[in-house]
Design a protein. Structure first.
Length: 93
């Protein structure tokens, strides 16, 4: 069974029997949190953001810019025009 609730502004909240939660606001932004603790959000402008239960983060925006960060602080970023930045470990090396 899925529990769904809408408010007067057009925002929606849904939760399924397993405990997964889905939220969408009237502006078209959506968020999902699953029972394992993984989080995903999609903005109305096309930006995608996700964070897993271990703390790893990934995002890509509507222009094609990519960002990824491990739970240990390592990150990789690539802009839509091909510029790459990265770091290994939380110390920035």
């Amino acid at each position: 069974m899925v529990y769904t609730q809408y408010d007067s502004e057009g925002n929606a909240y849904a939760e399924d029997a397993e405990g997964n939660v889905y939220i969408e606001d009237a502006g078209g932004n959506a968020e999902v949190v699953d029972v394992a603790g993984n989080y995903t959000a999609v903005d109305a402008d096309g930006t995608l953001y996700t964070e897993d239960s271990q703390g790893n983060i990934a995002a890509i925006d509507a222009e094609g810019n990519l960002y990824y960060q491990d739970a240990d602080g390592s990150y990789y970023a690539e802009s839509a025009d091909g510029i790459v930045r990265y770091s290994e470990g939380a110390d920035g090396s």
